[in-house]
Design a protein around this ligand. Structure first.
Ligand SMILES: *[C@@H]1O[C@H](CO)[C@@H](O)[C@H](O)[C@H]1NC(C)=O
Ligand SMILES: *[C@@H]1O[C@H](CO)[C@@H](O)[C@H](O)[C@H]1NC(C)=O
Ligand SMILES: *[C@@H]1O[C@H](CO)[C@@H](O)[C@H](O)[C@H]1NC(C)=O
Ligand SMILES: *[C@@H]1O[C@H](CO)[C@@H](O)[C@H](O)[C@H]1NC(C)=O
Ligand SMILES: *[C@@H]1O[C@H](CO)[C@@H](O)[C@H](O)[C@H]1NC(C)=O
Ligand SMILES: *[C@@H]1O[C@H](CO)[C@@H](O)[C@H](O)[C@H]1NC(C)=O
Ligand SMILES: *[C@@H]1O[C@H](CO)[C@@H](O)[C@H](O)[C@H]1NC(C)=O
Ligand SMILES: *[C@@H]1O[C@H](CO)[C@@H](O)[C@H](O)[C@H]1NC(C)=O
Ligand SMILES: *[C@@H]1O[C@H](CO)[C@@H](O)[C@H](O)[C@H]1NC(C)=O
Ligand SMILES: *[C@@H]1O[C@H](CO)[C@@H](O)[C@H](O)[C@H]1NC(C)=O
Ligand SMILES: *[C@@H]1O[C@H](CO)[C@@H](O)[C@H](O)[C@H]1NC(C)=O
Ligand SMILES: *[C@@H]1O[C@H](CO)[C@@H](O)[C@H](O)[C@H]1NC(C)=O
Length: 475
């Protein structure tokens, strides 16, 4: 009797998990990622003295709960549940094999006291804080050297209360670079899903030196005039899937990075194998999808499909400068719609912004194999401003089936670039006038498709098998 009940329970666990796996994510490594890892142990933050009144500081409760859950890491991992309420906290750190799960009416609120956000070393690939020399504030939710981490909820909220940080930024009273809402460093098998992020002090989601990262079903909001509130910033990371997100902030919605000038060049951690699908973005000072300006470790094999960009400064943007070194190559962007966008496509070779004056002026970036196709835009200011670098032409820039309703009488302005175009309205600039269907040089994302069919099975499959057995063992 007991045995059959247990057997039924195993079946039930399998069925439940199968039902919550997400379909329709491009890239085999994306499909193999899942937020449905079963955790045999779960605690609620109130068991550790947390009070959800929006006033009590709960940093210690989060830290104590996570410290306690460490003892379950080798037993299939554990879940920390945050129920309905307003949970004020300073920065806290996650551990491996942890699910942080929010109720739909849970709001984790970042403390407006900067001393609740500890100061940590700069990233090795940046050499200093991004905004100010020296150290930087640690993110609200932080993790380093982790594996198997899930941050999720039924659309619960993480609110950074960034207004106070934007004020310090504007009146130049910050002592250190502003913190992100979530930063994970040197981590693998990370899922961030089904949440709303609001009012980040700085960037929202920053995976850096990570691999196997799934970011899905997020709403990311910040006032359109808030400074540098990027949405999702994969940085020196590989095998990253970003799907099904709505991002409305002051700066870039999705932006891929890989370190800054001489620090990024010597750290040499590229971003590659990045899949981006079904993103809706609005911004005031950024782009729907951007690359750089920190790209010194290199960015390649990026495929973005299904982008809706509205009411924004830029649609698609590459930012770089002499001194960056590195590369942006093998990028395929397709199925894009834009409405009310000032500059639909922009490539900037003179972005500037150097960490210090020790950068190598001869370190020129290589920008090549950039394909942009199937784009429709209305209410567009300028179609494209595409500028390379003297002595460093950007090459194989290919535009196919791009149809834009443009206000400017000079829709394209190109310099120091070479490439191809086909079915582009209004007619593209002279530098792109060759026809790409007759030239085999346009990058078509096919090396990526090949990768997709060859992707190895992800190890979460193993945990799916393992965890129910552990559950059985605990009965
Ligand atoms: C985290 O991983 C990095 C890269 O592998 C390593 O350099 C660092 O020492 C690790 N940190 C800790 C605390 O283990
Ligand atoms: C999640 O919450 C945000 C903010 O309240 C809302 O705009 C969004 O539509 C919600 N998403 C889902 C999937 O319910
Ligand atoms: C700077 O901004 C902060 C945050 O908005 C505010 O508390 C502070 O009074 C301002 N300081 C000055 C000198 O304006
Ligand atoms: C900067 O440091 C000073 C001196 O320690 C401190 O009073 C101030 O609150 C700090 N400002 C911020 C924004 O953290
Ligand atoms: C996340 O949200 C999506 C869409 O609302 C839903 O299909 C999925 O089951 C949710 N996943 C979890 C783990 O709640
Ligand atoms: C794309 O994502 C939005 C939310 O950002 C969702 O409402 C919509 O159903 C998604 N479309 C597809 C085809 O998955
Ligand atoms: C574009 O701007 C017009 C005029 O301001 C507005 O009516 C329209 O809704 C905007 N489009 C989108 C997609 O927001
Ligand atoms: C051109 O792009 C539009 C918008 O993505 C798409 O609907 C259309 O099918 C494309 N045309 C061709 C011939 O691929
Ligand atoms: C094109 O851009 C250059 C600067 O890169 C500028 O000097 C020139 O006036 C622009 N041409 C048009 C027609 O806008
Ligand atoms: C660089 O590109 C321009 C067109 O933008 C072209 O005239 C020039 O010859 C190219 N230089 C090299 C070295 O290929
Ligand atoms: C550009 O793509 C083509 C295939 O389309 C490939 O042969 C070539 O090596 C790529 N160039 C670079 C710089 O990776
Ligand atoms: C990119 O994906 C391909 C196919 O899955 C894989 O062979 C390659 O190792 C991946 N690159 C990185 C840096 O993980």
């Amino acid at each position: 009797m007991r045995r059959s009940a247990s057997f039924f329970q195993v079946l039930l666990v399998f069925t439940t998990m199968a039902g919550t796996r997400w379909p329709n994510v491009s890239g085999t490594y994306c499909k193999d990622m899942s937020s449905s890892v079963y955790r045999p142990h779960s605690v609620t933050i109130t068991e550790f003295g947390a009070v959800g009144d929006g006033v009590t500081l709960n940093t210690k409760a989060f830290q104590n709960a996570i410290f306690y859950l460490n003892s379950f890491a080798d037993k299939g991992g554990a879940q920390l549940f945050v129920p309905a309420g307003r949970w004020l906290t300073g920065s806290f750190s996650l551990i491996s094999h942890l699910t942080l799960s929010l109720d739909k009416d849970a709001v984790i609120i970042g403390s407006p006291d900067s001393s609740h956000w500890p100061v940590i070393d700069p990233l090795p690939s940046y050499g200093r804080g991004r905004e100010l020399p020296g150290n930087r504030h640690r993110s609200l939710i932080f993790g380093s050297n982790l594996t198997d981490v899930i941050i999720t909820g039924a659309n619960g909220t993480i609110d950074g209360q960034g207004a106070v940080w934007w004020g310090w930024f504007h009146n130049h009273t910050l002592n250190y670079t502003r913190p992100h809402l979530v930063e994970l460093m040197y981590s693998t098998n990370v899922v961030i899903s089904n949440l709303t992020f609001k009012n980040s002090p700085f960037w929202n989601i920053h995976p850096v030196y990570c691999s196997q990262v799934l970011v899905q079903h997020l709403t990311i909001l910040a006032p359109l005039n808030s400074p540098n509130t990027d949405g999702i910033d994969p940085d020196s990371s590989t095998n990253v899937c970003i799907d099904h997100c709505y991002v409305r902030t002051g700066d870039d919605s999705i932006v891929i990075k890989s370190g800054w000038d001489e620090y990024g060049i010597s750290y040499a951690h590229p971003s590659s194998n990045i899949s981006i699908t079904n993103i809706t973005g609005e911004n005031q000072g950024g782009a729907g999808i951007a690359f750089g300006s920190e790209m010194s470790g290199g960015i390649s094999e990026v495929r973005a499909e299904g982008l809706r960009i509205a009411n924004s400064l830029h649609g698609i943007r590459i930012k770089t400068a002499p001194g960056r070194g590195g590369y942006v190559k093998n990028v395929y962007i397709a199925d894009v719609s834009m409405d009310n966008v000032s500059m639909a496509i922009r490539i900037t070779g003179n972005y500037g912004e150097h960490p210090d004056d020790k950068y190598d002026r001869n370190a020129l970036p290589m920008i090549s194999n950039i394909t942009i196709k199937d784009v429709v835009g209305i209410n567009i200011g300028v179609a494209g401003i595409l500028e390379g670098i003297q002595g460093d032409n950007f090459s194989n820039i290919c535009l196919t089936n791009v149809s834009l309703t443009v206000q400017s009488p000079h829709p394209w302005n190109c310099s120091l670039i070479q490439g191809y175009s086909n079915y582009v309205v209004p007619e593209s600039c002279e530098q792109l006038r060759s026809n790409c269907e007759q030239t085999p040089v346009c990058y078509d994302g096919s090396s990526y498709s090949e990768m997709r069919t060859q992707a190895p099975t992800h190890k979460h499959n193993f945990s799916l098998l393992l965890n129910p057995l552990l559950k059985l063992a605990t009965l």
